[in-house]
Design a protein around this ligand. Structure first.
Ligand SMILES: Nc1ncnc2c1ncn2[C@@H]1O[C@H](COP(=O)(O)OP(=O)(O)O)[C@@H](O)[C@H]1O
Ligand SMILES: [Mg+2]
Length: 349
């Protein structure tokens, strides 16, 4: 099979995607797959990397064009692709946009479909679905760039106590996420969050352990033993995730009882299902310090995806090594494409 790796993207997580894509490219089984590497610049332009290397300098490649119903072309030649692996994080990649494009190109692809991607990218929409399903998640307030900032502060203080978390509604990798302790910090955090999305949300702080769980599947799901993030910073911020080598420890399996582990794994599957995710995702929780409540934080449909990322490490600890995770994700994408293809498009009486 020839697999296209899509990487980079018009997203605040462009750099993170490059790392993930390098790892995917290195670990795809060379006997099973050939690769076609396509980079997307920060301005959204697509370039075929002729030598098949995932690199930062994307625009040195050849431009590609897209033909709906047919596929992807470069130099007027149709690329012979069997499958597309969007290794893109955040906006224009993890949010349903690229997924919609791939549907129209009639190419099977990895991960969640249009609906699941879009739902999971919006932290408030996914929470509303979870709340409706009776799942426990951190409560929130949502505002936008035209909301009266002082009124947002007052409203927040009526409902929650400082410290609160302020985050862009649709972003990731902790960009624009702030823990604030007073009105002044509130104002500057909002200003920063609004650089990454036109809307922001407020949550009360949950004190406790941060626990994550890998889930794989389309309609039938499996979840893996949860892992734990022990951040040495105030919280698991961008710096702790990607810059500071001592920013966080990944503890796998998480330091929780067997019972809690089971509870997390079951809840992760439910949360994934209600969020309409597909293929694979990482579901993130807090386990509250005093109550022991397992509270949903968020779901990532294309989580950090290097061989040493939490998602892959948790699969590995459950007996599924990274290259087999890739095999499985590819198979699930193909299965979904086939299932949809088999549906009737006309109804004859
Ligand atoms: N309500 C909260 N209580 C405590 N910590 C939080 C809360 N919300 C976010 N955090 C911290 O901020 C980090 C990033 O927030 P998150 O909602 O996961 O956004 P992202 O999509 O950017 O990862 C979390 O991993 C956690 O450390
Ligand atoms: Mg997160």
């Amino acid at each position: 099979m020839n697999i296209a790796i899509l990487y980079g993207g018009k997203s605040g997580e462009h750099e993170v995607s490059i790392r993930s894509a390098k790892s995917v490219s290195e670990h795809l089984h060379s006997e099973r797959y050939t690769q076609t590497v396509i980079g997307i610049t920060k301005s959204g332009k697509w370039f075929l990397q002729e030598d098949g290397i995932v690199r930062k300098e994307i625009d040195t490649g050849s431009p590609v064009s897209l033909m709906p119903g047919t596929g992807i072309l470069s130099n007027n030649k149709l690329l012979d692709l069997d499958f597309v692996f969007p290794v893109l994080h955040g906006s224009n990649g993890e949010d349903g946009t690229v997924q919609g494009l791939l549907e129209l190109l009639n190419l099977p692809y990895a991960g969640s479909d249009v609906l699941g991607s879009a739902v999971c990218m919006d932290k408030t929409v996914v929470k509303d679905l979870w709340i409706q399903a009776g799942l426990d998640t951190v409560p929130y307030l949502a505002f936008h760039k035209y909301s009266d900032l002082e009124a947002s502060i007052q409203k927040t203080k009526q409902i929650f106590e400082y410290p609160v978390f302020i985050k862009p509604i649709a972003a990731g990798s902790s960009v624009g996420v702030h823990k604030v302790k007073n009105d002044d910090e509130f104002r500057s955090a909002v200003k920063d969050s609004l650089q990454f999305d036109t809307r922001y949300m407020i949550e009360p702080e949950v004190k406790g352990q941060e626990v994550e769980c890998s889930v794989i599947g389309n309609l039938e799901l499996e979840s893996f033993p949860p892992g734990e993030i022990a951040a040495s910073h105030e919280f698991y911020d961008y710096d702790a995730k990607y810059i500071d080598p001592d920013g966080a420890r990944l503890i796998i399996p998480a330091n929780i009882s067997n019972e809690k582990q089971k509870e997390v794994q079951e809840l992760a599957k439910k949360a994934y299902r209600y969020a309409r995710a597909g293929g694979f995702s990482r579901v993130d929780f807090f386990i509250e310090e005093n109550s022991g409540r397992v509270i949903l934080n968020e779901i990532n449909t294309i989580p950090g995806f290097t061989s040493i990322s939490m998602f892959s490490k948790m699969c590995e600890s459950g007996g599924l090594p990274y290259n087999e995770v890739l095999d499985k994700i590819i198979q699930l994408g193909i299965d979904r494409h086939r299932d949809i293809d088999e549906l009737k498009l006309s109804y004859d009486i």
